[in-house]
Design a protein around this ligand. Structure first.
Ligand code: PLP
Length: 396
C-alpha cells in the first residue's frame, strides 16, 4: 500500500518546495549562544533564538542540572500522579507561583502541552473562548480540543474584543485568551484594557507569557508587571524554553482551583511523563538567579534599544517593538528571503518571514535580541544589515 501514499507525500513535499515554504534546518555543533559554530566549522552570530536572557549555555544552570542528575537520577519513568513527582517538582511549581504572584502552578512537558491541556478540562459547550487572531498555534489547538463556542478578535483590537464579548454574553462562562507578546511584530497585548473589558463583560483572562516572561515589565516579570494587573489575570501559561533557560518544559499558573482541576483532568499532564529532575533543578536555579539580580533583563533591554535606534538611524523601517523582537520591515516576500540568505553569508543568522506566517505584503526580517549579545555582536549585525540593505536597494 505504501507506494501510492509515498507518491502522494512526494507530490505534497514538492509543492511545499515550489511554494518556497520548505523548512531547512541549520545543524549547530556548539552550545546555543550568541556565537555558534555550525557542523562545517563555520561560525555565525545568532539573532534568531528565543534565548532572551542568554541562559541556554549558562554554567550555573549546567552545574545545577549535573548535580541533580547525580542526586536524583536521569528520569522519572512515570507521570506525575502515579510516581513521577519529586520534592523538586513541587519546589519549581512554588518558584513559578512566586514569580508570577499566583496561587499555584502545574508543570507540563512543554508550553504546547500546557495550552493543549488548558481549555478542555475547564470549559464545556455552554461556555465561550475569545481568542486573539494572532495567538500561538498551541492555543489554537487547545481551543480546538474544547467544545466551548469560539470567538476570534483582530489582534490586540479592543473594540473587536468588545464585539466578541457582547456576542458571547449568553454563554455561561467566557475566557479571553491572548499571547503576552506576539512573536511576529513584538507588540505586547494591552492587558490593562483586556482586564477592563473582562470586568465589564464578566470574563476570565488567560495570557501565554512564552515570549513576554523574563523580558517584558520593569523587572522582566511579564505583562502583569508591565500593566500592573497581577491579580486581574486568572491564568498564565509559559515555557522554560525561551527566556527561562532555553530547555524544555511548560507551566500553567494562576488561581488555585483552576490548577487543582488541571491536575485532575488535564490530559497532557495525566498521560505524559514528568519533567526530568535535571531540568527541574536547573529551572529552580534559574528562578533563584532572576531573584538575585536583574542584570540579564536590563542588558537584554539595553540591547534592544541600542539595536533598534541604530537600525532606525541607518534608515530601516522598524516596527515599534515592546519586547526582545525587532521586526525589520521589507514588505516583499522574495526580498525577505534573499535578505536573510545574504545575512547568513555575512555570518548573521536572522529569519525572513512572509505570507502566510505574516499578512500578505508584510514580509520582514525578524531579529531577536538577547542578553548574551555584546556591543560588538550588535555592531556586526547592524553593519551587515546596512551592507546587505544597500546591495539589495533597501537603503539608498
Ligand atoms: C514558544 C511558544 C509556545 C511553545 O512553548 P514550548 O514550551 O516550546 O512548547 C507556546 N506559546 C507561545 C506563545 C510560544 O511562543
Amino acid at each position: 500500500m505504501y507506494g501510492k501514499f509515498q507518491e502522494h507525500l512526494k507530490d505534497e513535499l514538492t509543492s511545499i518546495k515550489e511554494a518556497g515554504l520548505y523548512k531547512n534546518e541549520r545543524n549547530i555543533a556548539s552550545p546555543q549562544s550568541a556565537e555558534i559554530t555550525l557542523e562545517d566549522g563555520s561560525k555565525a552570530l545568532n539573532f534568531c533564538a528565543n534565548n532572551y536572557l542568554g541562559l541556554a549555555d549558562s554554567p550555573r544552570l549546567i552545574e545545577a542540572a549535573k548535580k541533580a542528575m547525580d542526586d536524583r537520577g536521569f528520569g522519572m519513568s512515570s507521570v506525575r500522579f502515579i510516581c513521577g513527582t519529586q520534592d523538586l517538582h513541587k519546589r519549581l511549581e512554588a518558584a513559578i507561583s512566586d514569580f508570577f504572584h499566583t496561587e499555584d502552578t502545574i508543570l507540563y512537558a512543554s508550553c504546547f502541552d500546557a495550552n493543549g491541556g488548558l481549555f478542555e478540562p475547564l470549559l464545556t459547550a455552554e461556555d465561550a473562548i475569545i481568542s486573539d487572531s494572532l495567538n500561538h498555534a498551541s492555543i489554537i489547538d487547545g481551543v480546538r480540543l474544547c467544545k466551548a463556542v469560539r470567538y476570534r478578535y483582530v489582534n490586540a483590537d479592543m473594540s473587536d474584543l468588545e464585539r466578541c464579548l457582547k456576542e458571547a454574553s449568553a454563554q455561561r462562562f467566557r475566557i479571553i485568551c491572548t499571547d503576552g507578546v506576539f512573536s511576529m511584530d513584538g507588540n505586547v497585548a494591552p492587558m490593562d484594557k483586556i482586564c477592563d473589558l473582562a470586568d465589564k463583560y464578566e470574563a476570565l483572562v488567560m495570557v501565554d507569557e512564552s515570549h513576554s516572561a523574563g523580558v517584558v515589565g520593569k523587572t522582566g516579570h511579564g505583562v502583569a508587571e508591565q500593566f500592573n494587573c497581577y491579580c486581574r489575570i486568572d491564568v498564565f501559561t509559559g515555557t522554560l524554553g525561551k527566556a527561562f533557560g532555553g530547555t524544555v518544559g511548560g507551566f500553567t499558573t494562576g488561581r488555585k482551583e483552576i490548577i487543582e482541576m488541571l491536575r485532575q483532568r488535564s490530559r497532557p499532564y495525566l498521560f505524559s511523563n514528568s519533567l526530568p529532575p535535571m531540568i527541574v533543578a536547573a529551572g529552580l536555579e534559574m528562578f533563584k538567579m532572576l531573584k538575585e539580580s536583574n542584570e540579564l533583563h536590563d542588558r537584554q533591554q539595553e540591547n534592544v534599544t541600542y539595536f533598534r535606534d541604530k537600525m532606525i538611524a541607518a534608515g530601516f523601517d522598524i516596527k515599534p517593538t515592546q519586547s526582545a523582537i525587532v521586526a525589520v520591515m521589507l514588505y516583499d516576500a522574495p526580498l525577505s528571503q534573499k535578505f536573510a540568505a545574504k545575512m547568513a553569508e555575512e555570518g548573521i543568522f536572522v529569519t525572513g518571514f512572509y505570507y502566510p506566517v505574516v499578512p500578505k505584503g508584510q514580509a520582514r526580517i525578524r531579529v531577536q535580541l538577547s542578553a548574551a549579545h555584546n556591543k560588538e555582536h550588535l555592531d556586526k549585525a547592524i553593519a551587515a544589515f546596512v551592507k546587505v540593505g544597500r546591495e539589495l536597494g533597501v537603503l539608498k
